[in-house]
Design a protein around this ligand. Structure first.
Ligand code: CP
Length: 303
């Protein structure tokens, strides 16, 4: 039995296989419509979500399975003090697979150590969000056709952004991928990420200037400044509008650059960009569902 807590638990060969399965699901959805008949997915969400929870649920329904779960800690026995370990043991009696989001880093790992069914990390604090990375990878692969030789700009909250940390971990394994980290000084990418890139000889640069970085980018990955990760409201208010992508700021971008965002967006991408052919963030939402379908099949060992 296998869980998914960190994107690095998947080899690049397994990522290729998930992408191939997702591509096949997109092309032949009817082939997959009953693959999980009789199986149940439990969505245990201790933190708010629209995309991740609903796409996991849609994924399981489209595989012919069923779904149970909760969407906030207050409606579960966590509100009465139940531990994550006991919750995982309990839900193992009802379901075949768990998708868990939790504000505390490491909570899904604890769940996986106590559950008797696979556990998927659906986001743990500022740590990891591997299934968002699966959505990001499928988007890049379908839009660009490859991962090698891309220059990837990551913009916004690079300190707390779990989607950013997981995406860097996944992309650094491909050939000649370069990173450009664009953030205010207060939300810079953590030193441990830079140290490990340096150690492996992976090229990266840091800047506060989005427009200056724009011309060299193949991918621009925008992120939200996350109010929920700040201890200080004043600091959040000061930083929240650091980067707002507008049509004017895109003037220096490549014609085939792709704009991704894990969403939700607040105002960091102007809605005027939504119809730009480079905007991929709503396709990314859809692709997330297909990758979650592929992942459920893999973890449940469904042929
Ligand atoms: N991208 C993402 O994790 O969105 P939700 O918070 O809506 O699940």
């Amino acid at each position: 039995m296998r869980s998914l807590i960190d994107i690095l638990e998947l080899s690049t060969a397994e990522l290729d296989k998930l992408i191939a399965t997702a591509d096949d699901i997109i092309a032949n959805p009817e082939k997959y419509a009953h693959k999980c008949a009789g199986k149940k997915l439990a969505t245990l969400f201790f933190e708010p979500s629209t995309r991740t929870r609903l796409s996991f649920e849609a994924a399981m329904y489209e595989l012919g399975g069923n779904v149970l779960g909760f969407s906030e800690a207050q409606s579960s026995s966590a509100a009465k003090g139940e531990s994550v370990a006991d919750t995982a043991k309990t839900v193992s009696c009802y379901a075949d697979i768990i998708a868990m989001r939790h504000p505390k880093e490491g909570a899904p790992l604890v769940a996986s150590m106590n559950a008797s069914i696979p556990v998927i990390n659906a986001g743990d604090g500022g740590h990891n969000h591997p299934t968002q990375t699966l959505a990001d990878l499928l988007t890049i692969h379908r839009e660009k056709g490859h991962f090698d030789n891309l220059t990837v700009g990551l913009c916004g909250d690079l300190k707390f952004g779990r989607t950013v940390h997981s995406l860097i971990a996944a992309l650094r394994r491909y050939n000649n991928v370069k990173f450009v980290f664009i953030s205010p000084n207060e939300l810079k990418i953590p030193d441990y990420v830079k140290d490990s890139l340096k150690k492996e000889g992976i090229e990266y640069s840091e800047t506060t200037d989005l427009e200056a970085a724009m011309p060299c980018l193949d991918i621009l990955y925008m992120t939200r400044v996350q109010r929920e990760r700040f201890f200080n409201e004043e600091e959040y208010l000061r930083l929240k509008d650091s980067y707002i992508l507008t049509p004017e700021k895109l003037l220096g971008a490549k014609a085939d650059m792709k704009i991704l965002h894990p969403l939700p967006r607040v105002n960091e991408i102007s809605v005027a960009i939504d119809n730009d052919p480079r905007a991929c963030y709503f396709k990314q939402v859809l692709y997330g569902k297909y990758m979650r379908m592929a992942l459920i099949l893999m973890l449940l060992e469904v042929e």
